[in-house]
Design a binder for this molecule. Structure first.
Ligand SMILES: O=P(O)(O)OC[C@@H](O)[C@H]1O[C@@H](OP(=O)(O)O)[C@@H](O)[C@@H](O)[C@@H]1O
Ligand SMILES: [Mg+2]
Ligand SMILES: [Zn+2]
Length: 180
């Protein structure tokens, strides 16, 4: 199965230190929507795993989050692709959940959803260390993009084997060129 797991803020859409709190604030990074559609059309299954502590912080509610994800899905579908699964962690940093990256809970959920034992060989694309570490627990292959917090993440050591690309479009170019 050609499965890829994407972080959301800073990979698909522009991130904000003030959090992305509304549909209007949810703005795609240039090329990312098209990149997801290209992967999807090439037979890749696309999952999104996103920390959304803004929910626990009371910055927005589940309806607003659902509206953001409807917008994301609609934009991808307008390009002829689809996002097959979106999972989010609604908890805050102090809630001690097992789904807030770098904890691997969302990645376990994704693997189970698709009937996989683990995520060996599955590209895990993020802009933060926590994205890469969460995916590694199940054997995912880490890809760092320089969008969002990626340049800041690059300033510290990366997990061994991390591949670095300018953005999600460049990751898609790479994967589609070397499509397994
Ligand atoms: O990159 P993903 O996982 O899709 O989502 C990240 C967001 O939930 C927010 O995560 C927050 O981290 P804290 O939750 O405050 O540690 C901050 O980094 C915000 O800037 C960011 O928008
Ligand atoms: Mg991010
Ligand atoms: Zn959680």
């Amino acid at each position: 199965m050609k499965l890829i797991v994407l972080d959301r803020d800073g990979v698909i859409n522009q991130d904000s230190e003030a959090f992305v709190k509304s549909v209007e604030e949810w703005i795609p990074i240039p090329g990312s929507i098209e990149a997801i559609a290209r992967l999807s059309q090439a037979g890749w299954t696309v999952a999104v795993a996103t920390n959304q502590s803004g929910l626990a912080r009371g910055l927005f509610d589940l309806n607003t989050l659902a509206d953001m994800h409807l917008k994301m899905q609609r934009l991808v579908m307008e390009q002829g692709g689809r996002i097959d699964l979106i999972v989010h962690c609604p908890h805050g940093p102090d809630d001690g959940c097992d789904c807030r990256k770098p904890a691997p809970g969302m990645f376990r959920t994704i693997a189970e959803h698709f009937g996989l034992e683990d995520l060996h060989g599955v590209p895990v694309v993020g802009d933060s260390h926590r994205d890469l570490h969460a995916g590694l627990v199940l054997g995912g292959t880490p890809y760092l993009v320089k969008t969002g917090k990626g340049l800041r993440t690059l300033m510290n050591s990366l997990p061994p084997g991390t591949q670095v690309f300018d953005d999600l479009a460049a990751v898609a170019d790479h994967l589609l060129k070397t499509d397994r």
